[in-house]
Design a protein around this ligand. Structure first.
Ligand SMILES: C[S@@+](CC[C@H](N)C(=O)[O-])C[C@H]1O[C@@H](n2cnc3c(N)ncnc32)[C@H](O)[C@@H]1O
Length: 285
């Protein structure tokens, strides 16, 4: 979905306001945040539990990111939420800059680092207009955020601009040809529950993804692999993989009739690589 310049700025303002009110806490009660040791470690615990494809334990995302190669390197962590990814980069010995569109996320990330005596530059900034010179970073992470930005294409061009030649970036975005998008959202909510009669597909994905318990967020986009390759076309190499846990398959056709549980585990694991919800994208400039 493309937005005109003015529309994009207005929507970015709404996105900012929404995430500032509803920081992403992996379904912890974000109206009663006490940013202490237990709060941050509970988020880590959920990440380990919900995304076993990304790591077995600490460091988080260790199945996907080669932390050893980042020691002493300049890392930009985009849209940090509560700062869990930032913590991993700092602990690995990288020189880290972390940004988020919202003051709430920046405060939470600073608090997390302060609790553990860790240091990084953490600031409010818009990924669609990065406040850094060209070629300033060796590695950029954009986890679960590019699909919430009106001008995703521009944010990706910005990542390309701030990376050094040969620099790498990784991103997690949502996969359009997933069971989640086509079956649970489009078919289940849109057709069976009739929501498409008064909502667009874009409104459905905003409503039934992140922030579903808060009546949905302002913007969530899903992408096909082809669209991802087009978006990341400025990069020399683009590698895309699909990941997920088996929950959506187990709960097929409905969580009260979970016939998917009868599918043998190796077939389910293979199916998650075809119709899972998360796209992991690795690119080299
Ligand atoms: C789903 S949360 C993910 C947060 C974090 N990466 C995580 O996984 O916990 C999306 C985050 O993107 C941030 N965000 C949205 N648009 C942004 C933008 N244009 N620039 C920077 N951050 C943005 C939001 O403020 C929010 O913290």
């Amino acid at each position: 979905m493309k937005f005109r310049e003015g529309q994009s700025a207005e929507l970015t303002g709404k996105v900012k306001e929404w995430w500032n009110q509803n920081p992403f806490t992996y379904l912890m009660d974000n109206k009663k945040i006490t940013p202490d040791w237990a709060f941050f470690r509970n988020i880590d615990r959920k990440i380990i539990k919900w995304m076993p494809w990304a790591q077995k334990g600490y460091p988080l995302l260790s199945n996907l990111i080669d932390y050893r190669s980042l020691k002493g390197k300049k890392v930009l962590d985009i849209a940090v939420g509560t700062g869990w990814s930032t913590e991993q980069f700092v602990r690995t010995g990288a020189e880290v800059t972390a940004i988020d569109l919202t003051p709430a996320a920046v405060e939470l990330t600073k608090k997390r680092l302060e609790l553990y005596g860790l240091g990084a530059q953490v600031l409010v900034a818009d990924a669609q207009n990065l406040p850094f010179p060209d070629a300033s970073f060796d590695f950029v992470l954009a986890f679960g955020c590019l699909m919430h930005m009106p001008d995703t294409e521009r944010a990706i061009r910005e990542i390309h601009r701030v990376l050094c030649p040969g620099g790498r970036a990784s991103a997690m975005m949502y996969y359009k040809h997933s069971l989640h998008f086509w079956y649970y959202i489009f078919f289940g909510k849109g057709i069976v529950r009739g929501k498409l009669l008064h909502m667009s597909v874009q409104e459905l994905t905003n409503r039934y993804t992140d922030g579903a318990y808060e009546e949905g967020n302002q913007l969530t986009k899903f992408y096909s692999k082809k669209e991802i390759r087009e978006l990341f076309a400025p990069f020399a190499s683009v590698h895309v993989r699909v990941f997920d846990v088996a929950t959506a398959i187990n709960h097929f056709p409905h969580r009260f009739l979970p016939l998917g549980m009868l599918i043998p585990p190796p077939i389910k694991r293979w199916l998650t690589t075809l119709v899972g919800q998360s796209l992991w994208i690795d690119v080299v400039k």
